[in-house]
Design a protein around this ligand. Structure first.
Ligand SMILES: [Zn+2]
Length: 325
């Protein structure tokens, strides 16, 4: 079978390797759609947050069809359409410390998998993982509803998921994003207005657009300067949810605002425990995030998908597909 492998830091190839064998509690899956994430590129550079070894097949944002189940698996059968969680234990992340889904066939434990309903396409299925992070952020902004005005910092795949989830819940959403193309996607997913965080008058404009501050602020850009700005655009007693990742950089911030505005600030990691809700929410709302996918290539040409993610900053989400049987 064809599998994309990271063979050493910065180097990736599509190799022909044997179809893997399954154990009693495992499932053999045929990949259908697999998304590339910024964290795959971090892995490729050889500096993931957990120890791992090359060669490794990436791919933690995926949808697949069950081909075969192990002797002790009773929850699934051949033909089921599934997606799977990435954070499988404290020391193992699927598609990072163990081989992921960027191949024709791959193995996962049945316990990590969730069936998807027929009204989610394979492409939508592979967007469940990134969307679950944005959806989880909306769950962590206590009692988020249509009475709220939210500012979302960053229209990358996670921020766009926040926009879509919050807008579907009736929230008035403004996107803070310097790229016009990405801001446009946010508008298509339900944002009502755009703020340019790189402008001198950004805070003023944000306070005016929200009539004194946003009741909820989501930080999904990972920029310390944006994290600092969340305090300034927040309303009195606002809820702030931080999901954007940054390691080690800093920025000046008006920290006194935390006390003066009685802000409630929360940081979250990923989306553990919310996958069933995420899938029900997508299925029930009919929310279609496939417009986030700006390029799709077959697995045999998967290296070109990584080339695009690394070299072409206009790509939002690149998917690799397979129809092996
Ligand atoms: Zn990801």
């Amino acid at each position: 079978m064809k599998a994309l492998q990271f063979v050493s830091a910065g180097s990736y190839v599509v190799n022909d390797i044997p179809v893997p064998q399954i154990g009693a509690d495992e499932v053999l899956l045929a990949a259908r759609s697999v998304g590339i994430c910024h964290s795959d590129i971090v892995l490729l550079e050889g500096r993931y947050i957990l120890p791992f070894r090359f060669p490794v097949t990436p791919g933690h944002e995926w949808s697949a069809e069950v081909m075969e189940v192990g002797a002790s698996v009773s929850s699934l059968r051949a033909g089921d359409r599934v997606v799977g969680e990435c954070v499988v234990s404290e020391v193992d992340h699927f598609g990072f410390t163990m081989n992921g889904a960027m191949s024709e066939y791959f193995v996962a434990k049945a316990a990590w998998l969730h069936k998807i309903p027929d009204n989610l396409s394979w492409t939508q299925g592979a967007l469940v993982e990134p969307f679950s992070c944005g959806y989880n952020a909306t769950l962590k902004a206590d009692n988020l509803d249509a009475s709220d005005t939210a500012i979302v910092f960053g229209a990358g795949p996670i921020g766009l998921g926040v926009v879509a989830a919050a807008a579907a819940k009736g929230v008035r959403v403004l996107i803070a994003e310097p790229s016009e193309a990405r801001a446009q996607l946010a508008l298509e997913l339900g944002a009502e207005g755009v703020l340019d965080p790189s402008s001198e008058s950004f805070v003023e404009a944000a306070l005016e657009a929200t009539r004194g501050g946003a009741s909820v602020v989501f930080e999904a850009s990972g920029h310390p300067s944006a994290m600092a700005a969340t305090l300034e655009v927040a309303a009195f007693k606002a809820r702030l949810v931080n999901i954007g990742i940054d390691v080690g950089r800093s920025a000046p911030a008006k920290l006194g605002l935390i006390q003066a505005k009685q802000l409630q600030i929360r940081g979250i990691i990923g989306s553990p425990g919310v996958w069933p809700e995420t899938i029900r929410f997508l299925s029930r709302t009919g929310l279609d995030l496939s417009k986030l996918v700006t390029k799709t290539v077959p697995v045999a040409e998967a290296t070109s998908a990584y080339d695009a993610v690394i070299n072409d900053k206009t790509q939002v989400k690149v998917h690799v597909t397979s129809d092996a049987h």
